[in-house]
Design a protein around this ligand. Structure first.
Ligand code: ADP
Ligand code: MG
Length: 450
């Protein structure tokens, strides 16, 4: 048995690498793939006391399980680490040196812009195969066609199919890590065979969201659409491995089994997006206490992100989901970056984004606070679109001049005050999420929400 070096603390999550049968009734049996939470160390470093999802507690052997880690921040994960972009034929040949049959990379074609070239080392020589783009598909031999490069590489990995050799070893782009391997290493890779896809429940910008069943629980599964968006999915999943809070939609894992498909599996939020929830129930169903509870839930999730230096960048009621037991959780971390990184502003939702973020790409927790103010307004107006009756093109100039939305009908003055604080033009004058959470708690505890 291997000795565990540093003991895992209570609360650490592990994934089982093997099935384990109990030897005594003190032990906790588990199956491969199960997630277990450490409850306590034992005197024997090879055994832990752990809890399974059903709440059963018992002893588990440390060497049957793997610690689940956040994927290290700053790691450049790529689904196509063998893709080297625009490099020349000579550079490709240098990268594939020393020769090793089956070593390969893909580059953009220099002679035929828009096409690609597959470069494969084969018995001391490098072969360059032109990949042509024909009526929306990729092909080398005009016999086998592929939707994307990942599928093409997958195909020629399994079978040479006319090439000098099958693809055996990717030549990795410098500074990137294969996403597939990183998710396995960190314990976040799930098995496709454990997942059943049931029905489509949402349509996102990046692809469909489906209801699924994973090891007996309902889950939500975000499915990949194509190459470019797959990379965005990886970024989203990467962020999610590092975050854990009751008011953030929890990542359960990713499925990256073959090279051409990617699924992000999260907890299932039975009541859908907050904006739809508010619109469909409306004023007659949702009382002040309920609206305040949603506001407080979101502020707690955001306080956690603030404390961890994560900026969400797309906080809005459409990106908050509601669980079966009415807990609001922040989702959609696609745009989330650790504070400091810059970001393309062209796709931003103007009505939710702070003036300095729109103007100078200056995203910060304080720009999230601005969005939170808009989100509060959405909550108290039961899901109305912000800035009603103002043309989209007029919103920014008016806001820049200090215009602020009126309080929604029936919104308590004390809540409207919070919104206005969030909309301070000077980011430094806006409250922190910690402050906002405290104030919302104060409103709740003193029943000032009517
Ligand atoms: P996008 O990243 O393109 O904005 P979303 O993550 O917002 O996509 O998902 C689109 C829709 O799918 C949501 O508005 C919601 O209705 C549904 N959805 C997404 N995630 C879940 C989930 N975990 N549980 C239930 N429904 C979800
Ligand atoms: Mg969304």
């Amino acid at each position: 048995m291997s000795v565990v070096q540093t003991p895992w603390q209570a609360g650490t999550e592990c994934v089982a690498n093997y099935d384990f049968q109990r030897r005594t009734d003190q032990d906790l049996a588990f199956t491969k793939g199960e997630v277990l939470t450490i409850v306590a160390v034992t005197r024997d470093p090879n055994w832990y006391k752990a809890k399974n999802k059903g709440g059963q507690v018992g002893f588990i052997p440390a060497n049957y399980v793997q610690k689940r880690e956040g994927v290290k921040a700053g790691t450049k994960l790529s689904l196509m680490p063998w893709f080297h972009g625009k490099i020349t034929r000579e550079q490709a040949e240098r990268l594939l040196y020393p020769p090793e049959t089956g070593l390969f990379l893909v580059r953009e074609s220099t002679n035929y812009p828009g096409d690609y070239t597959l470069c494969v080392s084969c018995e001391g020589k490098v072969e360059h195969y032109r990949i042509i783009y024909k009526s929306g598909k990729l092909t080398i031999d005009e016999e086998a066609y592929f939707d994307n490069l990942m599928q093409l590489v997958e195909h020629y990995t399994n079978d040479a199919d006319g090439l000098c050799t099958s693809l055996m070893k990717p030549k990795l782009m410098e500074g990137t890590v294969a996403a597939q391997e990183e998710f396995f290493r960190s314990g976040w890779a799930l098995k496709m065979k454990d997942l059943t896809l049931l029905q489509t429940i949402g349509r996102g910008e990046f692809g469909d969201v489906m209801l699924g069943e994973y090891r007996g629980s309902k889950v939500a599964v975000k499915c990949i659409k194509n190459d470019a968006t797959a990379q965005a999915f990886v970024a989203e999943a990467l962020v999610m491995t590092q975050l854990r809070h009751k008011n953030l939609v929890q990542l359960l894992g990713v499925i990256v089994e073959d090279r051409s498909s990617l699924f992000i599996v999260t907890e299932f939020m039975a009541k859908g997006s907050l904006v739809d929830y508010l619109r469909s129930r409306g004023r007659s169903v949702l009382g002040g206490e309920c609206l305040l509870k949603f506001s407080l839930d979101v502020s707690e999730g955001m306080e956690y992100l603030e404390g961890n230096n994560f900026v969400h960048r797309d906080l809005a009621a459409r990106n908050v989901l509601v669980s079966e037991d009415n807990i609001a959780k922040v989702s959609d971390f696609g745009l989330t970056k650790e504070a400091s990184a810059t970001q393309d502003t062209s796709k931003l939702p103007v009505k939710w984004t702070s003036p300095e973020a729109l103007r100078e790409k200056n995203f910060s927790t304080k720009s999230d606070v601005w969005s939170f103010g808009i989100l509060l307004w959405e909550i108290y107006s039961f899901g109305r679109v912000p800035y009603p009756r103002i043309a989209l093109k007029d919103v920014v100039p008016r806001v820049e001049r200090g215009y602020k939305m009126d309080a929604p009908d029936g919104c308590p003055a004390i809540v409207y005050e919070l919104m206005k604080q969030c909309w301070h033009l000077d980011p430094n004058q806006r409250p922190s999420f910690m402050k906002l959470r405290e104030q919302l708690e104060h409103i709740k505890d003193n029943e000032l929400y009517q």
